[in-house]
Design a protein around this ligand. Structure first.
Ligand code: ADP
Ligand code: ZN
Length: 601
């Protein structure tokens, strides 16, 4: 029967099976009931309303806050042969008229709109004349002030229910902690709906953290060794650093574009568009970049500075690997980063309570960074799940860090900090421990100290790693006036007195883990397959350019990977590939079959 959700999944979308709770959610909507869906990025939220939209009579109205994202979704649906349109300010008056006419004529299955549009002149009346199948409220966390992206227009969405009491509503989001979740339910009036909660895990992302020893050069070798052709995002804290890092990556011959709030809107728009429409572009950005980037084949997200807290880390790294193929979350951090974030915690403009919360959040992040436990375990635990102790897809699982007895080293550090009056930064304290001959040491007579030159068993980089860990563990403090002066914390006492032993991680000079493979070599069994994959990619890019759509709207990488591996010979076999539905089979089948046939893979 043509109204069966499964039929649409296989015939239109070309996927063999539903994922996770998709089918339950779809059936729930088909039963005309409301729902809230909490699913991680890349979990497959869109299908949860797109398939009901096809099953039911009338048009599904999708409310989405971002125009760029809307257009992508519409492009993708049109590729599948589905009548979808968006109504937003980027269209001309005439184009808007066309969409409205199609809407009234009942020709649309999905209509994407921004929330403000819903309440603009007479739009509700227009909707009242249409047969509506469902309302989907995407990025539903925008309704909550607790969320990171509050949008006042979202508050008004509660009236949908009053105007259209019998139309099911589906609210979807990837980010909702408990207060946000409560807020969404309350403000959208979803009390009688069901909540579908998928776990936070992103199993295809490999989490890797490394000591920052060489700054940008570490990043460059990571990119060159593992992502020499892949698209990725590099996050930096400041605009200046964004520009510098982008220039250094570009100097290696890659396309690396800076993105931050200081650039003109037009430049940013172009950069974003190139990222979507070209293959292998690297964006170097402040956190201003990411919201509304729906690119499924971002193969790595790198952090050159520590993110603000665990939520930010999860969200930023979550932009990697939406398509489910292997992806990396890579982060380099050093003593300076920890000291800086710690010293920023004192902010008289914030309430005591807010400052306390900020400190607690930073501590969680630092514990995550310094821990020798499975990263995924810690991350999921932070979000309230009960994950297994190891994942085999993070640095700590793949190559467990070596620990060493740092009791004596810590005692030397504590004693030097104490004797110098708890006012000097780590650089000077390390100079003393290494027995350096500096003006500052002579000026203060610090060469007469017992610990002067006592720490030469360690290198400067080792000491930096030790001080970073002491700081992150809260055994020492850094001043909040910004001079970087270190002082002792009460908690250092047992170690200082020799009552407790202290284990620290050895400096990891190499960022290598056992997973030093590029995605292609991990996936393909022969060079010929890799070559075919590259060929298929360039074919896809050419087709995408012709139609002015992002390449992944034509086929996802996953489909091209299957194509290169299975090398279908017939149109029917081509139609069996994941991500190939009836429309794409007809549009692109012959063209791609020819490429496959002519290759020697
Ligand atoms: P989200 O909105 O939750 O971030 P999307 O809806 O964009 O995720 O889906 C992520 C990716 O997973 C998309 O490329 C989508 O086509 C794919 N996908 C979704 N559902 C399935 C499925 N049942 N089988 C295979 N791929 C799927
Ligand atoms: Zn792990």
């Amino acid at each position: 029967m043509s109204r069966d959700p499964k039929h649409f999944l296989t015939d239109i979308f070309g996927y063999p099976d539903f994922r996770g709770q998709q089918e339950d959610i779809i059936r729930h909507i088909l039963a005309k009931r409301d729902a809230l869906v909490l699913m991680p990025t890349g979990g497959g939220k869109s299908l949860c309303y797109q398939i009901p939209a096809l099953c039911l009579d009338g048009v599904a109205v999708v409310i989405s806050p971002l125009i760029a994202l809307m257009q992508n979704q519409v492009d993708a649906l049109q590729q599948l042969g589905i009548a979808a349109a968006a109504l937003n300010s980027s269209l001309s008056g005439e184009e808007q008229g066309d969409v409205k006419r199609a809407l009234l004529a009942g020709d649309l299955k999905l209509l994407y709109i921004a929330p403000e549009r819903l309440f603009a002149n007479g739009f509700m009346d227009l909707l009242a004349q249409c047969q509506i199948s469902l309302f989907a409220i995407d990025e539903a966390h925008c309704v909550s002030q607790w969320g990171h992206d509050f949008r006042p227009e979202y508050l008004k969405l509660a009236v949908l229910h009053e105007h259209f009491p019998n139309i099911p509503r589906l609210a979807l989001t990837a980010t909702a902690d408990t207060p946000t979740e409560k807020d969404i339910i309350e403000r959208l009036g979803l009390q009688y709906g069901e909540i579908f909660r998928a776990g936070f895990d992103r199993p295809n992302i490999c989490y890797r953290l490394t000591d920052k020893v060489g700054g940008v050069s570490q990043l460059l070798s990571f990119i060159e060794a593992e992502h020499s052709e892949n698209a990725g995002i590099v996050y930096c804290m400041s605009r200046k650093k964004v520009e510098q890092v982008a220039a250094k990556i570009a100097a290696t011959g890659r396309i690396a574009l800076p993105y931050h709030a200081g650039l003109a809107a037009e430049v940013r728009r172009k950069t974003q568009s190139r990222f979507l429409k070209e293959d292998g572009v690297i964006i170097v950005a402040t956190i201003a970049f990411g919201m509304g980037i729906d690119k499924p084949d971002v193969r790595f997200v790198a952090h050159m500075d520590l993110p603000k807290n665990m939520e930010a880390y999860y969200q930023e790294t979550g932009r990697a690997g939406r398509d489910g193929l292997p992806a990396d979350a890579w982060l380099a951090f050093g003593l300076q980063d920890v000291a800086k974030l710690k010293s920023l915690m004192h902010n008289p403009d914030k309430s005591q309570q807010q400052q306390k919360l900020d400190r607690a959040k930073l501590d969680s992040l630092l514990q995550f960074c310094e821990s020798a436990l499975c990263r995924r375990h810690m991350l999921l635990k932070y979000f309230g799940e009960d994950p297994p102790m190891s994942c085999n897809n993070c640095d700590n699982c793949l190559s467990p860090p070596a620990l060493f007895d740092a009791t004596e080293a810590a005692q030397m550090a504590f004693s030097t900090i104490y004797r110098t009056g708890e006012m000097f930064g780590a650089g000077h304290i390390i100079d003393i421990l290494l027995g350096a001959d500096t003006d500052k040491i002579r000026k203060f007579g610090h060469e007469t100290f017992k610990t002067y030159g006592l720490g030469t068993a360690f290198s400067r980089a080792d000491w930096q790693s030790i001080f970073r860990q002491l700081l992150a563990l809260g055994l020492i403090n850094v001043d909040t006036e910004g001079y970087g002066g270190l002082s002792l914390n009460e908690t250092c006492r047992p170690v200082l007195k020799g009552e407790e032993k202290l284990q620290l991680k050895k400096l990891t000079v190499s960022q290598k883990t056992k997973k030093q493979k590029t995605m292609s070599s991990a996936i393909f069994t022969s060079k010929a397959e890799e070559v075919l994959f590259a060929l298929l990619k360039s074919t896809r890019l050419a087709l995408a350019k012709q139609q002015n759509v992002p390449p992944y709207v034509i086929f996802h990488d996953k489909t091209l990977v299957e194509m290169a591996q299975l090398k279908p010979q017939t149109l029917n076999a081509f139609g069996e590939l994941s991500g190939v539905g009836a429309s794409k089979k007809e549009k692109y089948g012959t063209h791609f079959l020819e490429i496959i046939e002519n290759s020697d893979a």
